[in-house]
Design a protein around this ligand. Sequence first.
Ligand code: ADP
Ligand code: ASP
Ligand code: MG
Length: 412
Amino acid sequence: MPVLVMKFGGTSVATLDRIKRAAKRVGMEVAKGYDVIVIVSAMSGKTNELVGWVNETSPLYDAREYDAVVSSGENVTAGLMALTLQEMDIPARSWQGWQVPFKTSSTHSAARIEEIPTENLNTKFAEGMQVAVVAGFQGISGEGRITTLGRGGSDTTAVAFAASFGAERCDIYTDVDGVYTTDPRISPKARKLEKISFEEMLELASLGAKVLQTRSVELAMRYKVKLRVLSSFEEPNEDAGTLVCDEEEIMESNIVSGIAYSRDEAKMTLGSVADRPGTAAAIFGRLSEAGINVDMIIQNIAEDGQTDMTFSCPTDQVARADKALTAAKSDRQIDFKDLLADTNVAKISAVGIGMRSQSGVAAKMFKTLFEEGINIKVIATSEIKISVLIDRKYMELAVQALHDAFKLENAS
Ligand code: ADP
Ligand code: ASP
Ligand code: MG
C-alpha cells in the first residue's frame, strides 16, 4: 500500500470537534487506499502551558525532565485521534515516540533525529492497522530518556516519517491554507503561493516564518519529500495548499517571493575591544560554549587599535550572553569597555531565488525603509536573502511597506 503522512498542528486538534474533523480527512485518504501515518501536535496552547509549569517549578530546570513534561501534550492528542478513528471503524493505533522507536540524540529540547526503524509500524500495517497515529515532537535517546525536537518540531517528525517510509507525500495541515508571501496575520495583502522552492522556504522558515519548522524543510529538501502545506478547515481538493518543491518545478521564479519577520531579536554591542587577531574567535567562542545562537555580526572600522563588535541573538538569550561575556572579561580572555543590549529590535527579511540574477533588490529594500522613516541598525545578506535589524515598533509597517514595494500582492 502507498503511504501518506498527514500532520495536524495544534489548532487543527485544539478541541474534540476539530479532532473529529481531522479524523474525517484521514478517513478520506484511507478510503483511497493509503496506509496513513498521522502526526499530531499537542492541542494549541498546551505546550506553552507545560513550558510555563516547568519554568515556574524550576527556572534552571533539568533538561531531561523539561522534555518529559513538554512532550506530554502530544500523547493526549495521539490517543484521542486513535480513539476518534476507531469510533469511525477505521483500525487505528497510537504510537508515542519511544514505541516506534523514534531514535534521537540526547541533546534535550533540540534533539537530532538518528533513526526511525519502520519495522514495528509496518508489521502492524501488514496485520490490518490502517492508520498509525504518532505523537509528534518527541523521541527517545540512546540513554532511554524522552527527548523533544524543539518548538514546532512536529513538522520535522512528519517529514522524517515521510522520508523513512517512502511516503507518496507529506501533508502539513495547519490554520492557514498554505505558505503566503508574508504572514497573513500581519498583512491583509499577503497572497498564497501555489508553489515555493525548498531553498526559499528554508530561508523564510529560518528567518521567522513559523508555518514550517526550519529542520523539516531541510529534511524534505535532502530526502526529496513531496511537502504540501494546507488548511485543515477548508474543504479538501487535490490542488489545495502550497507545494514546497524543487526550484526546477517552478516555471517563473519571483525576484522576491516572501517577507519574513522575527520579533524576538536582540542586538548586543561590545564597546572598545582590541583590534587584533583572536578577538572575534575569543568572543564568539565563549558565546558558542554558552549555547548562544548568534545571527548577524558587524565589526566597526578600528580606531587607535580599538573597535566595536555588534551581534544579534534571540531576546531570551541576552542574559546568558551577558553572563558569558562578563565571565570572559574577568578571566581576561577578552577585554571591552561596555556591553550594551538593545532588546527592542526585530529582523525583517526579503527572500527570493530571483535575487541571484537581479541586482538592485537591496537598494530597493533600503529606499523603501528610508521612505517610511525606518532606521536600519544591522544588515546581512546571502545569495537569496537580505535581512535588516530595525526598531521593533516599526516591524509591521516595514513588512507591509516591503510587501507593497516588491508588488507581492500580485504573486501566485
Ligand atoms: P501549527 O500549530 O499548525 O503548527 P503554526 O502556528 O506553527 O501552526 O504555523 C502556522 C502559522 O504560521 C500561521 O497561523 C501564520 O500566522 C504563521 N505564518 C508566518 N509566516 C507565514 C507565511 N509566510 N505563510 C503562512 N503562514 C505564516
Ligand atoms: N507542540 C509542540 C510545540 O508547540 C510541537 C509542535 O506543535 O510542532 O512546539
Ligand atoms: Mg507549527
